[in-house]
Design a protein around this ligand. Structure first.
Ligand code: ATP
Ligand code: MG
Length: 225
């Protein structure tokens, strides 16, 4: 049995067409059923539904053989040096789904450039403290990081922080909250991650599945071009 970890929402929705292109149908709609383990049309393949941030943990510890996780989540997970002693994740493929960028945003009326020029300490609220820390350290900017778990946009509006580090796709959420993007940190997309031990033990099935994903990504890229 092969277990694939997915998170509900964006990643599940964007993974379905790839799975479909690989000839795999997921047998239940997670928005309708309460099941956390779902069968697929492919013999010996099941899907488990976990929180987006839990995908690397499941795959690392063998709760799933492979999974789909955003680069944002993967970077944060590895920088946290999570899971003492657990083996690193094998990352064979950029699936090119759930694409967005990680950016710095501030209130429209906050002069970010001046704050940096003056060497002021900037208060930054984010879910991505590890990635943000590395980004500002590389720029030589002094920051106080404030860890949040959601609704980052609220932080500058309430005076909790001067800036946020968050994911941006269209920018409409920022705009609706009178925030502006002042720095792009990196492009984000979802990656296929595989447990290295599973790859050894179930080599044939996993290789077949990774190859099928790869062909589906190629086909989707060609269709979009
Ligand atoms: P939860 O909503 O359960 O707290 P989450 O916010 O991490 O978890 P999603 O919002 O579904 O879950 O995000 C999952 C992944 O999708 C993120 O880790 C990121 O890689 C990607 N993602 C997040 N926001 C966007 C966006 N605006 N556009 C495109 N991809 C995004
Ligand atoms: Mg979310």
């Amino acid at each position: 049995m092969i277990t694939l970890a997915l998170s509900k929402g964006r990643i599940f929705d964007d993974s379905l067409p790839l799975l479909h292109a690989a000839g795999i149908e997921v047998l239940e709609d997670p928005e309708k059923s309460r099941k956390l383990i779902i069968g697929t049309s492919r013999q010996g393949l099941r899907v488990v539904l976990v929180r987006a941030t839990d995908v690397p943990t499941y795959v690392e510890h063998g709760g799933a053989d492979l999974g789909v996780a955003g680069l944002d989540v993967l970077l944060e997970h590895s920088a946290e040096g999570a899971a003492g002693g657990a083996t690193a994740l094998y990352r064979p493929l950029d699936l090119r789904i759930a694409r967005c960028r990680m950016s710095v945003a501030v209130r429209e009326d906050f002069d970010y450039a001046a704050a940096i020029r003056q060497g002021s300490r900037i208060r930054v609220a984010t879910k991505y403290t590890q990635t943000a820390r590395q980004h500002f350290a590389a720029k030589g900017v002094h920051v106080d990081l404030i860890k949040l778990y959601g609704s980052m946009e609220l932080a500058p509006l309430t005076g909790l922080a001067d800036a946020i580090v968050d994911l941006v796709s269209t920018g409409s959420t920022l705009k609706a909250n009178h925030l502006v993007e002042v720095e792009r940190i990196m492009d984000i997309s979802s990656r296929l991650v595989v447990n290295p031990a599973a790859l050894k033990l179930k080599r044939e099935e996993l290789r077949g599945l990774i190859d099928a994903f790869e062909a589906a990504v190629q086909a989707q890229a060609q269709a979009q071009a």
